[in-house]
Design a protein around this ligand. Structure first.
Ligand code: KG4
Ligand code: ZN
Length: 357
């Protein structure tokens, strides 16, 4: 019999803990001050979309340079908005995994400098776990254990979570992440960057019934994903139908491609996470990461969970995409466990299967 818990904050006492979170794993420079793992005193995010959009994707070297320029401004703004002095901070937390190596280094080295100069603990947080943790900051009725699906531009993975501080990886993508596949298909169609929200808008006007793209389900009780072939099917389709010059392709046609490709991604995501919940015998599903902002995905998964009597939680839009509030939030639980890092803390660009955050 699995023990079910409702309050991941109950054992943590009344002391006020202020943690500064820093996030620079991809193309958002973010800092946030969080009180007791939940209360958002500030949440500052500086996005680099304008820098990368002309390339149709994130350029790692440009991302890390922009983080260097922005990081101290973003941290000062977060402290100011939180009405918090540096001397009031109890700890500094940072994303050190996974992400772009040089981008992770900017945040990690900044956090080390603050930890050293302020003589406060340094806490390392896994970005992917933090995306799922965002749910616990906004919803107090989550019953653990749960399964969680993280769908972002860099990662797609399924976790089993005994509580808000325990993450066991059940499966992940072999190749492209869900968001990455959406971004790449949008690039093929000359639609702009980031592709997910644009595809979502165009899909509203199209029909997923007009075309038939493949789904890579990879078998029952397998929680890995492969979006690369699904993405390539769109490229082959465009080639085979001689639509090389997209200026000649009418809007209705592109809307239908968007609708069907989005639906193929949604079908795989829903099958995997609902299957994981059933196999693990849990009643609660948590979703996190930028793609969870997708309206059609939310609608379809909500309907299925309702039918199956499962509880489903998404973070609000501001905590779906990259932010540092989720980093400082999860760090609170690490603080309570005394899981502090030395100044030799390293970065881990890959999502590590055997490491807890
Ligand atoms: O979690 P996130 O902000 O950054 C990463 O850690 O990658 O996710 C960014 C991804 C991008 O691929 C973007 O296209 C996708 O999330 N995205 C969406 C939507 N909003 C953002 N995908 C589908 N529908 C959306 N509404
Ligand atoms: Zn992310």
């Amino acid at each position: 019999m699995v023990e079910r818990t409702t309050d991941c904050f109950s054992c943590l006492g009344d002391t006020r803990l202020l943690i500064l979170g820093i996030e620079t794993s991809c193309d958002e420079t973010a800092a946030s001050v969080i009180e007791n793992g939940k209360h958002i005193r500030s949440n500052v995010v500086s996005t680099q979309i304008d820098i990368h959009k002309k390339f149709g994707g994130v350029v790692p070297e440009l991302a890390s340079r922009a983080h260097v320029e922005l990081i101290s401004h973003v941290i000062w703004e977060a402290l100011e908005k939180a009405d918090c002095k540096l001397s009031e901070l109890n700890a500094v937390a940072v994303t050190n995994s996974p992400g772009l190596a040089n981008a992770l280094l900017v945040g990690t080295e900044t956090a080390k400098a603050l930890s050293f100069s302020l003589r406060i603990p340094l806490i390392a947080v896994n970005h992917i776990h933090a995306h799922l943790y965002a749910n616990f900051m906004e919803h107090s009725s989550i019953i653990c254990p749960t399964v969680g699906l993280i769908i972002s531009g860099g990662h797609t993975a399924v976790f089993y979570m005994k509580d808000c501080n325990n993450y066991v990886l059940l499966g992940q993508t072999y190749d492209d992440a869900a968001g990455e596949a959406l971004d790449k298909v949008a690039k093929m169609l000359n639609l702009g960057y980031p592709g997910g929200p644009i595809i979502s808008k165009m899909a509203e006007k199209g029909s997923s019934k007009a075309i038939n793209f493949p789904r890579a389900f990879l078998g029952k009780d397998v929680y890995n994903f492969s979006f690369s072939g699904m993405k390539t099917a769109v490229a082959r389709y465009l080639e085979c139908n001689s639509y090389k010059n997209l200026a000649d392709v009418n809007d209705i046609y592109v809307n239908d491609i968007c609708a069907e490709f989005q639906q193929s991604v949604i079908d795989v995501l829903i099958k995997k996470i609902v299957g994981a919940a059933e196999q693990k015998n849990v009643e609660t599903i948590l979703i996190g990461g930028g793609v969870s902002a997708n309206t059609e995905f939310r609608k379809q998964l909500s309907e299925i969970c309702k039918k199956k009597g499962m509880n489903l939680f998404f973070p609000s839009l501001k905590l779906c995409t990259d932010n540092a509030a989720m980093i400082a939030g999860l760090a609170y639980h690490r603080y309570k466990e005394g899981k502090f890092e030395s100044l030799s803390l390293d970065i881990h660009p890959q999502l590590q299967c055997d490491r807890l955050s």
